[in-house]
Ligand binder design. Structure first.
Ligand code: BGC
Length: 725
């Protein structure tokens, strides 16, 4: 990359929070055949050539494990060139110089770096001559109109400010971590218009977009210089109908805009928000809500999965799951897009991964993020709880760090691409080699920190945990959880190793020892729903059918309610169905009361909530803390809908052959799943007709179709079955 020859440049100034804009003016010389701009920075940038934006990558260069991997973008700018050119590149804090959330208890040292830019502009002229402009002291820099910017803060803009350019200075900063752009770009995806504008009981002026989304507001207006416009964002209104922002915690999430004279339009350039509602805190007289729109942002990815039923609440849940993926696949897989986190929590990432691979083609998205997992992995083998890592660099513990094995394995299952396994194999091995170095019991994983069955509902009333963290993780045994995930990771390494032609005999022996130790230690004390579900899911039960029957009875005995948290929930319906209890799985899915997937739908949710009772039946909130309304983890139930309710299973990795074994239920009336695999489109539809069940199945590859216990082997094609078949 030519950029390796360029120098990092910055602004020589006393610390100022105003965002700098770098400038280079240059003549084209003679007609240009091609012009390419390579660029990156220690924040997020926007490049503008002759008044036109370069490319459509929002929040470039994205978020990576920056100190090891910083992506360089390469833009073809031939079409933007003029005879005399002005290139301006504004560099804001973004994720690189972000502030850490206060709860991390640490400052991010990179927060104190100055804004720095590095770029190379290469021209090839029609006459064959070439010229390269590299960032150096010939570039200029000025304070821009963006006076404050941050991922959590939002943006302050003063359009009355005039630039005052001075020479930029070069600075010493590494270039060894520069890598070519690997992930899909984040783009503006769609525009959502307000569905209502109203005054709250407190008198606030609020716009409702009808959809909780991730992106920013955009507006246009006619104004006089100095007039102000300010917006705050919120996901929900409180019980009284007032604007509610406490769940954002320390994330300010506002836009403050000072107008210039005349007609103008604006949208934030260096931040994003998670919101459904906007409060107009200040506006020039005559400003009206129909001047405002919401722009949805997420990483570029092609839709591959569709679900539809005859139950409108279920359809709303499907929509919520889709929107939670859109809202949280913004360059990295995040836990939530709104409060002072928006981090790549590894646990959440692995929990939702299978659903994610069904809804969208996420191959490139994960290729890039898994490269960051490798870069963030400690040399001892531990994987941080969030990737890209926080400066605190805490190990993730069981189920979180196991993302290093679970995600590549799932990608291989969905797409059949072995490179996900070969790329990650060393990292997987390092991870399972780390566990015995910290465990207090041989062949198990005990005595270590984990978030456990986070947010589970099964802690008894009289349970008084020592810390608030314990209160949030239910009653499942942490040692059991960690050991079950340890067994699973070793099993994945064995399967991946066999496919890659490695010698896995030592891992096979290790797995046998883990399974035996697990059964001996935990087999007799499987109490919570999650303990049973994990034991079943990871094939660690001596008598799985009996255990599944006990699980089913336990669920029915407590009113057909799930009690599971982040770790048990994704597998719960799968395990019930696997052992003949699909009726209970369906009851859990269709439950409209708390706790249940359709409860949040009944409360008007348009994305998946972090808590089953994020808003309680009486309209009060579960809590101000840890209360996201766009948290995809429980949306992982969609993979049960695709894979069990509609029955689409890969019989071979990548769906090269399929098994289609739907588990219908009369309550939703009908259900249809469409899945675009790398081998073509699979469709599985069923409908209760009055005379029985009609099935329609399309398969692009040979399939085994199993209906009512009867198996048929078919070639590719379209098949219709009535009740008589
Ligand atoms: C996140 C979770 C995450 C958890 C760790 C939270 O703050 O939002 O989804 O996995 O921390 O338990």
């Amino acid at each position: 990359m030519l950029i390796q020859n360029a120098s990092w440049i910055t602004m020589d100034r006393a610390a100022s929070v105003v965002v700098p804009v770098f400038r280079k003016t240059f003549p084209a010389g003679s007609p240009v055949r091609s012009a390419v701009l390579e660029v990156t920075c220690d924040g997020v940038y926007e490049a503008v050539l002759n008044g036109r934006r370069v490319g459509s990558f929002i929040l470039a260069p994205g978020w990576t494990e920056y100190r090891r991997r910083l992506q360089v973008q390469s833009y073809d700018i031939t079409g933007l060139l003029a005879e005399n050119n002005t290139l301006e590149i504004t560099v804001a804090n973004g994720w690189f110089r972000r502030t850490n959330a206060p709860w991390t208890g640490t400052r991010n040292p990179d927060e104190f770096l100055p804004a720095m830019l590095i770029a190379a502009l290469h021209l090839v002229r029609e006459d064959g001559s070439e010229e390269t402009f590299l960032t150096d002291e010939s570039w200029e820099v000025s304070e821009s109109t963006v006076t404050l910017s941050g991922i959590f803060l939002g943006e302050d803009v003063d359009m009355t400010r005039e630039p005052a350019f001075v020479p930029a200075i070069t600075c010493d900063f590494p270039k060894s971590m520069l890598v070519p752009q690997e992930g899909p770009e984040v783009h503006e995806q769609e525009t959502v218009y307000p569905c209502a504008s109203f005054r709250t009981p407190r008198g606030e002026w609020v716009i409702d977009f009808g959809q909780n989304l991730t992106g920013y507001m955009a507006f246009d207006l006619e104004a006089r210089a100095g007039e102000r416009l300010s917006f705050s964002t919120a996901e929900v209104l409180d019980r009284e109908g007032n604007f509610y922002t406490a769940n954002y915690r320390s994330a300010r999430s506002q836009l403050h805009y000072i107008c210039r004279d005349g007609y103008q339009s604006y949208k934030p350039r260096f931040t994003f928000f998670g919101f459904r509602y906007l409060r107009i805190d200040e506006a020039p007289e005559g400003f009206s809500a129909d001047r405002v729109r919401a722009v949805v942002l997420h990483s570029e990815m092609k839709r591959t999965g569709w679900l539809e039923s005859s139950d409108s609440m279920l359809n709303q849940l499907f929509s919520n799951i889709l929107w939670s993926q859109k809202g949280n696949y913004l360059d990295i897989p995040t836990d939530c897009p709104q409060r002072d986190e928006r981090y790549g929590w590894t646990g959440d990432g692995q929990i939702f991964c299978r659903t994610a691979t069904y809804q969208y083609d996420v191959r490139q998205f994960f290729r890039k993020w898994l490269a960051d997992v490798r870069a963030a992995q400690h040399e001892n083998g531990w994987v941080p709880e969030v990737v890209p890592s926080l400066t605190a660099y805490k190990p993730g513990g069981g189920a979180w760090s196991d993302a290093v094995t679970i995600i590549p394995w799932q990608l291989y299952q969905t797409y059949g691409d072995l490179s996900f396994l070969s790329d990650m194999y060393d990292a997987m091995e390092k991870w399972i080699a780390y566990i015995p170095t910290v465990s207090t019991t041989e062949n198990l994983w005990t005595g270590c920190w984990t978030y456990g069955d986070w947010l589970a509902l099964d802690a008894p009333e009289d349970y008084h945990p020592a810390t608030i963290e314990l209160a949030k993780r239910g009653y499942s045994n942490d040692d059991l959880i960690c050991s079950a995930f340890y067994a699973n990771s070793v099993s994945i390494v064995i399967h991946a190793g066999r496919l890659l032609g490695r010698d896995v005999s030592a891992y096979e022996a290790l797995y046998e020892r883990i399974a035996a130790a697990y059964k001996a230690r935990f087999g007799g004390c499987l109490n919570t729903q999650t303990e049973k579900v994990l034991t079943l899911h990871f094939n660690l039960a001596d008598h799985p059918q009996e255990l599944a029957d006990v699980l089913a009875e336990q669920i029915v005995a407590c009113g057909t309610k799930l009690q599971t948290g982040l770790l048990g929930t994704p597998y719960l319906l799968h395990e019930l169905s696997r052992y003949g209890h699909s009726d209970i799985a369906w009851s859990l899915l269709l439950r409209r009361e708390y706790p249940g997937w359709l409860y949040s739908v009944s409360k008007g949710a348009t994305t998946v909530w972090e808590h089953w009772d994020g808003i309680r039946p009486d309209g009060t909130f579960w809590d101000d803390d840890m209360n996201s309304y766009n948290h995809y983890a429980y949306g992982s139930v969609a993979d049960w809908v695709f894979g069990v309710a509609c029955g689409i299973q890969p019989a071979e990795p990548g769906f090269a052959r399929v098994r289609i074994a739907p588990q219908p239920d009369p309550r939703p009336g009908s259900l249809c799943a469409v899945l675009d695999t790398v081998h073509g489109r699979i469709r599985s539809f069923w409908k209760y007709t009055g005379q029985g069940i009609r099935y329609e199945i399309d398969t692009p590859v040979p399939a085994e179709i199993i209906l009512g216990g009867k198996s048929r082997m078919v070639g590719k094609g379209r098949y219709v079955f009535g009740e008589a078949d």
